[in-house]
Write a protein that binds this ligand. Structure first.
Ligand code: B1M
Length: 211
């Protein structure tokens, strides 16, 4: 549908005013909110994620696209709630204790929200107990941890150990990511998944939430 393609394009162009205006127009044309979300905003964000992964666009472009996506989402949010659209799942994210690098984590959060997940973002420098307590209280399916420092990444293992101690290890899955983190490290500490970038994180979280 042409209007939904235009919404997707407005995200790629980072044009928040146009994204909001086109979303309002789609709502006025009685296109269901979920369709506007999936085929307009999420479709646009998926393209942005692929371009970023392939180094065809850069961080500022992604942040502008994210701002445009939020502008469209602001229009849709009340309708999505009233349409009772089920979320794709709930995930608690944050950077691990001692780590203040949150740009990558924020990108992952944005992409997850764009893919329809309910994201609880605990911010940066998050203690292991806070990850586990929040995920348990909020009945989240997944905990997502980000680390950019080799000295902080070891804290990820503490979260997994705490999940075991609290008897939540089987129910709450874990995904880890960040520049120094590897798939091998994820296996070593018993994480359920590794996200190389924001796009792959969304794919992995989708798999984890459906298990
Ligand atoms: Co710092 N820093 N920094 N830093 N910093 C690095 C990480 C470093 C590699 C620079 C270097 O020396 N070359 C180095 C770490 C060395 C190491 O540990 N081996 C370093 C250092 C040493 C430090 C300090 C210790 C410096 C000092 O004070 N002496 C200090 C530590 C502070 C702390 O955390 N306690 C520090 C501070 C800072 C700033 C505050 C100035 C700033 C952070 C600002 C912020 O985030 N709000 C900063 C920055 C910007 C960087 C670099 C330059 C850029 C990081 C970044 O944002 N990349 C970085 C060097 C570099 O990486 N080139 C560096 C862009 C971002 C989009 O990528 O975060 O990798 P990234 O996220 C990707 C993937 O990794 C993945 O998806 C994202 C999107 O593709 N991903 C996930 C990330 N999280 C994921 C989670 C998932 C799945 C995928 O699932 C949950």
């Amino acid at each position: 549908m042409e209007l939904l393609n235009q919404i997707a394009t407005s995200l790629q162009e980072g044009d928040d005013a146009r994204a909001a205006e086109l979303t309002r127009q789609a709502v006025a044309e009685k296109i269901p909110a979920r369709q506007i979300l999936d085929q307009g905003l999420v479709a646009g964000m998926n393209v942005v994620g692929r371009l970023f992964r392939d180094h065809e666009i850069f961080l500022p472009d992604v942040l502008l696209a994210a701002r445009a996506m939020y502008a469209g989402l602001d229009v849709l949010k009340p309708l999505l709630v009233s349409e009772n659209v089920p979320t794709a799942g709930k995930i608690v994210i944050g950077t691990i204790q001692g780590d203040l690098h949150d740009i990558g984590k924020n990108l992952v959060g944005i992409m997850l929200r764009g893919a329809g997940f309910d994201v609880i973002d605990l911010g940066n420098d998050v203690a292991p107990e806070k990850f586990v307590e929040t995920a348990t209280r909020e009945n989240a399916q997944v905990i997502g941890m980000s680390a950019l420092l080799t000295t902080t990444m070891t804290g990820m293992q503490r979260v997994i150990e705490l999940l075991k101690t609290k008897g939540q290890r089987g129910r709450i899955k874990t995904i880890i990511g960040g520049a120094p983190v590897t798939a091998e490290y994820a296996r070593e500490i018993g994480a359920d998944a590794f996200g190389f970038d924001a796009a792959s994180a969304v794919e992995r979280v989708r798999e984890l939430a459906s298990q």
